[in-house]
Design a protein. Structure first.
Length: 171
């Protein structure tokens, strides 16, 4: 009989150890929970942070619509029309110049942009961010608008191309 008691003691000690560990873990979680509830999140004041658009000499970035049209592409032998909007982002001091030039050369710019669409490969229209088309449009518009005389930086900060998926117009 004495030989049977030691295994029960080991089993009993192991069970007691597991129960004590569970209680310690529960207490630690409870204490952490209470501390987190009492302290709460730190308050942050972002009003003193400079706006990223106002950092560069106080000039705001302004978007100007360049083109809102349905542009065709038939490089696969089937014509697709793409609802397209093209915007340029410029510093506020250049907005009047950009708008004047857009009004003056509206048809020429539209023809150049249409040529980009007509000559682009079909996989360019499938890119998630339209990187190739955006790069071509940016290059074209940077040639058109040039650089700022004072800073030597391009007038066009960025081009934004917004385009639908395109729909087939012939069978």
């Amino acid at each position: 009989m004495a030989a049977e008691n030691p295994p029960q003691e080991k089993k009993s000690n192991r069970r007691m150890l597991v129960i004590i560990m569970a209680i310690v873990i529960f207490e630690a979680a409870l204490i952490l929970g209470v501390i987190m509830i009492w302290t709460g999140p730190a308050t942050v004041d972002a009003s003193s942070m400079p706006n990223e658009l106002d950092i560069a000499g106080g000039d705001r970035i302004v978007e100007t619509l360049v083109l809102d049209a349905r542009l065709p592409n038939n490089r696969t032998g089937v014509t697709f029309l793409y609802d397209t909007e093209i915007y340029v982002q410029t510093q506020e001091r250049h907005v009047e110049r950009v708008r004047r030039e857009l009004d003056q050369f509206q048809n020429e710019i539209r023809a150049d942009l249409s040529a980009i669409w007509r000559t682009s490969e079909p996989h360019h229209f499938q890119e998630p961010r339209l990187d190739t088309l955006t790069r071509k449009v940016t290059s074209l518009l940077n040639e058109r608008f040039g650089v700022d005389e004072k800073s030597g930086e391009p007038i066009i900060e960025k081009c934004v191309v917004v385009m639908g998926t395109g729909f087939r117009v012939d069978s």
